[in-house]
Design a binder for this molecule. Structure first.
Ligand SMILES: Cc1cc2nc3c(=O)[nH]c(=O)nc-3n(C[C@H](O)[C@H](O)[C@H](O)COP(=O)(O)OP(=O)(O)OC[C@H]3O[C@@H](n4cnc5c(N)ncnc54)[C@H](O)[C@@H]3O)c2cc1C
Length: 113
């Protein structure tokens, strides 16, 4: 610390799991929709999973925003909220943990809801 020429404080912003990811023609993914603390190192992973599921929903339900966006959020919300919760608690891997629920998720195969 004494050797450092410069020291910064970086605020960590997070939100409660949100219920509104889209409105009209707009839809959010990644940190814009669900910012989280970095303690699971999953923020970018969630953004990439979101993108994959959103593309699948647009293909399955058509590019008309409403239905595709609703299915996208329904498919993603529970998983993202769980990752947000564990990240916020900073409890990931603090005790013996089966990490399968995080790492075995396949955004290309997860059932669309
Ligand atoms: C220190 C740190 C370590 C991390 N480590 C990991 C990790 O190990 N694993 C992991 O999965 N995640 C990690 N994350 C989280 C990860 O970086 C984010 O969750 C991820 O970058 C979110 O991607 P995003 O595309 O949603 O948002 P961003 O990466 O924030 O991209 C948003 C982009 O929009 C641009 N933008 C903003 N406003 C405008 C505007 N008005 N017009 C045009 N462009 C605009 C921004 O410049 C930015 O390029 C870490 C984060 C931090 C801070």
């Amino acid at each position: 610390m004494q050797a450092a020429k410069e020291v910064c404080l970086w605020p960590l912003h997070e939100r409660e799991p949100d219920t509104t990811w889209s409105r009209g023609p707009l839809v959010l993914l990644g940190d814009a929709g669900h910012p989280m603390r970095p303690h699971m190192a999953q923020g970018a992973a969630m953004a990439i999973e979101d993108a994959a599921v959103l593309v699948r929903c647009l293909r399955a339900y058509g590019a008309a925003a409403g239905a595709a966006y609703d299915h996208y959020q329904q498919t993603r919300a529970e998983r993202v909220a769980q990752v947000q919760k564990v990240s916020s608690e900073n409890s990931w891997m603090r005790t013996p943990t089966d990490p399968e629920w995080v790492f075995s998720y396949d955004a290309l195969l997860a059932p669309l809801r």
